[in-house]
Write a protein that binds this ligand. Structure first.
Ligand code: FA5
Length: 342
């Protein structure tokens, strides 16, 4: 049989070059198969050996086996090298410096009105007031009639009302909850009612069409304006953390008699007069008064048996004074430059 010409040196050079060029383990495996696999070029040579005459067989056999061992070592070394390279790449990509300071997760924070609402609840809570809630969609009965505001009474014009298609309205104040609560609970009691109210009003630095109010109601056998002043004074002291100048002025609300509004010395201008307090030096923060006998009647309580006072604070106005905010519209603007300061 005529043997094909075998040039082991050429085979060696060629294999070495290809091994050298392999970029990854897959490529290297292909090269291994090409030369040392079942049908690999060197494997073929080894298979043909037995067909050679003995003299040649020994010589070529030794050389071919030496080449096989040499190439195996070369493949192993290259495989090791590629594995290390791949590992290094992964490490570079996934390297973690466990001594580096951690990244703080960005946590949200509470809205300034929520902060103020919670603080108001806590302060009144410390004076024995419970927190009560009522519906934002309200009947005209609770929002007006039960509060001594009959259909044709001009006082209805005090609050510009949003009327809903379902026959209800968006409550214009938190006072309807006074009646809702008194219908179901026997005095004595003290409650506050924080909640959203809605008014079809034009906005300006101190007016919004959606605002938060906190209603307060205290009913007992012998409750007076003096009690009211003491409680409100204590609230202001705790809320502003200092002695605060405030004034009660006669006002009119159909559901209180007498009625007054509460104004606080404007912190923006120190009482000198500015756009927030409309040049008055005082900012109106609440309406208040002694509960009207008709409201007791409409709440199924006997007026001569009970006395009570009530107030309705504007929560935004309190927050404006506390944090020196000069425009009420900022609260619901969603402007993060404003909100992130709290
Ligand atoms: C009332 O809403 C009465 N229900 C308050 C009350 C309760 C009186 C119990 C007597 C007894 P008034 O409309 O004045 O009253 O609103 C009360 C407070 O809400 C105001 O003093 C003010 O602080 C705030 N407020 C009212 N309207 C607005 C508005 N458009 N924007 C911002 N704050 C407002």
């Amino acid at each position: 049989m005529k043997m094909p010409k075998i040039n082991l040196r050429v085979l060696k050079n060629q294999t070495q070059k290809e091994i050298e060029k392999a970029e990854n383990l897959k490529e290297l495996d292909e090269i291994f198969k090409k030369y040392l696999g079942k049908r690999g070029e060197l494997t073929q040579v080894l298979r043909l050996l037995e067909k050679l005459p003995k003299t040649k067989r020994v010589k070529i056999g030794r050389e071919a086996n030496e080449l096989k061992n040499f190439l195996r070592t070369a493949f192993d070394q290259k495989a090791q090298e590629l594995k290390e390279k791949a590992q290094k790449k992964i490490e570079e990509k996934e390297w973690i410096d466990i001594t580096a300071p951690g990244k703080k997760p960005v946590l949200g924070h509470l809205h300034p009105l929520t902060l103020v609402k919670r603080e108001v609840e806590e302060i009144f809570g410390s004076m024995g007031f419970s927190v009560v809630e009522g519906p934002e969609m309200e009947t005209e009965w609770y929002n007006f009639d039960a509060l001594n505001i009959p259909q044709d009474h001009p006082a209805r014009d005090l609050w510009d009302t949003f009327y809903l298609k379902n026959g209800l309205i968006l409550r214009t104040h938190t006072s309807p909850v006074q009646v809702r609560y008194m219908e179901r609970n026997n005095p004595p009691f003290r409650i506050i009612v924080p909640g959203n109210v809605f008014r079809h009003e034009a906005t300006d630095p101190s007016h919004e069409f959606q605002l938060y109010q906190v209603e307060g109601l205290m009913v007992d056998k012998d409750v007076s304006v003096a009690n009211f002043k003491a409680v409100v004074g204590e609230f202001f002291r705790k809320f502003f953390k200092k002695e605060v100048k405030f004034r009660l002025r006669p006002d009119f609300f159909p559901f209180t008699e007498p009625s007054f509004d509460i104004g606080i010395s404007c912190v923006m201008c120190d009482g000198k007069g500015c756009s927030v307090c409309k040049e008055e030096g005082f900012l109106e923060v609440a309406g208040a008064g002694m509960v009207h006998p008709n409201v007791f009647k409409n709440s199924k309580l006997i007026p001569k048996d009970w006395q009570g006072w009530a107030f309705g604070f504007g929560l935004e106005r309190l927050a404006m004074l506390k944090y020196k905010i000069n425009d009420i519209r900022l609260f619901r603007s969603g402007d993060l430059r404003f909100l992130n300061q709290f």
